[in-house]
Write a protein that binds this ligand. Structure first.
Ligand SMILES: Cc1ncc(COP(=O)(O)O)c(C=O)c1O
Length: 383
């Protein structure tokens, strides 16, 4: 039943009018500001001249980094400096470079469990040995982390401190402070994957760099994918200058320079003139309403879940004995609803009873309709 529109306008998007696929962790087309990006791109292509097509300086050009620092300082409520930033081609690419820079084949990487499931693949490609550290309602369990650290050295610790993918939870301030202390004591870098920090529906969360205090233990990865458009393939690293130097020493950046200079030029204008800040404020409102609608529908259906306070996701518990992986095909074929099975996000844990729902791709009515279908998934026998 599931088809894809290969060659259509959204080649990565399953075109399934009959399936509501809660597995889609990307913005709905209505949330992509085409007119603003088209205007910014046209302005650059027409007015910037041939330098636009040249290699760029490794971290990105100074005016872009200044605009990004201003945007993040306002958004995070924490001072960010241009010399703490460098352009990336999105977080997936940055994770690949970081894996190469900080680790070698067979090295241990400690990773929140559950986690962003596609990060596994990046670490596995680099032959890193991934071990899970449980994530609960306050984020990464730092006691469990400490026990793992006692077993031997690690290449780095990977976590998603804010509106975690998939659980939607935030690392508490107390745990964040302890995480950085552990990093000092055991001499490792915390790779903080932070694409959802600016998408809070209520109180603003603290970015992990605010706990670093210049100690150079945090390498934060940001992305324009969830706040502007995933197809831009643009992001940034945010870390203390010596760590930034280490990142920029990667051979691919020394060879090719800035990882995505043309798109940085395009994004610069909307970021510097406040358009992006207004767009993000609009996203917070729309996503906040969608999250509320989804949560109310899940409550109505009697499905226990984490009440989302930001980001793209919530985490649902189908109860003891459920196997959401085994039920997925029948859920799509017979009920017209898809989701990300919990086990796909697992590192070491058994998470078969859980599933992840994304609320960024569908409008409120579609989300409510999807939950009506989801409520019947537990009644299915595995297909
Ligand atoms: C936690 C997390 N990291 C990274 C990514 C991918 O980021 P990018 O599009 O910048 O490669 C995602 C996308 O879902 C994500 O949720």
């Amino acid at each position: 039943m599931t088809q894809t529109t290969q060659g259509g306008p959204y080649p990565q998007t399953p075109a399934t009018p009959d399936v509501i696929n809660f597995g889609l962790g990307q913005p709905s087309p209505s949330l992509l500001p085409m007119a603003e990006v088209a205007a910014a791109a046209t302005e650059q292509l027409v007015e910037a001249g041939p330098l636009l097509l040249q290699y760029g300086r490794g971290p990105g050009y100074e005016a872009f980094l200044e605009a990004l620092a201003g945007f993040l300082t306002e958004g995070y409520g924490h001072a960010v400096r241009p010399d703490e930033l460098a352009v990336t081609g999105g977080t997936s690419m940055a994770l690949a470079l970081v894996s190469q820079l900080l680790g070698g084949a067979g090295d241990r990487v400690l990773c929140g469990d559950p986690t962003y499931f596609l990060a596994h693949g990046i670490f596995a490609t680099h032959r890193l040995a991934i071990e899970g550290v449980p994530v609960d309602d306050e984020g990464l369990d730092v006691d469990a982390l400490e026990a793992k650290l006692a077993e031997g050295p690690v290449a780095f610790v990977y976590c998603i401190p804010t509106f975690q993918n998939p659980r939607g939870v935030c690392l508490s301030d107390a745990r964040a402070a302890r995480l950085i202390d552990l990093a000092e004591r055991h001499d490792f870098i915390v790779v903080a994957d932070e694409p959802y920090n600016l998408l809070h529906f209520g109180a603003r969360p603290t970015c992990l760099m605010a706990h670093d205090h210049g100690r150079g233990r945090v390498l934060s990865l940001g992305s324009f994918s969830k706040i502007l458009g995933p197809g831009l393939r643009l992001g940034w690293v945010h870390c203390a200058p010596p760590l930034r130097q280490r990142f920029l020493s990667h051979g691919a950046i020394r060879s090719g320079g800035c990882l995505n200079p043309l798109v940085a030029r395009i994004v610069h204008g909307p970021m510097a003139d406040g358009t992006l800040t207004r767009h993000v404020a609009g996203l917070r409102e729309v996503l906040g309403r969608r999250a509320q609608r989804l949560s109310a529908a899940l409550d109505g259906a009697g499905l226990p879940h984490h009440r989302p306070e930001g980001g793209y996701f919530t985490w649902v518990d189908l109860g003891e004995g459920a196997d959401t992986t085994a039920l997925l095909e029948r859920a799509k074929d017979e009920l017209g609803v898809g989701y990300c099975p919990g086990q796909r996000c697992a590192v070491d844990a058994d998470l078969r009873r859980y599933l992840r729902l994304a609320f960024a791709f569908y409008d409120e009515a579609e989300l409510a309709r999807g939950v009506e279908r989801l409520a019947r998934v537990a009644e299915l026998s595995p297909g």
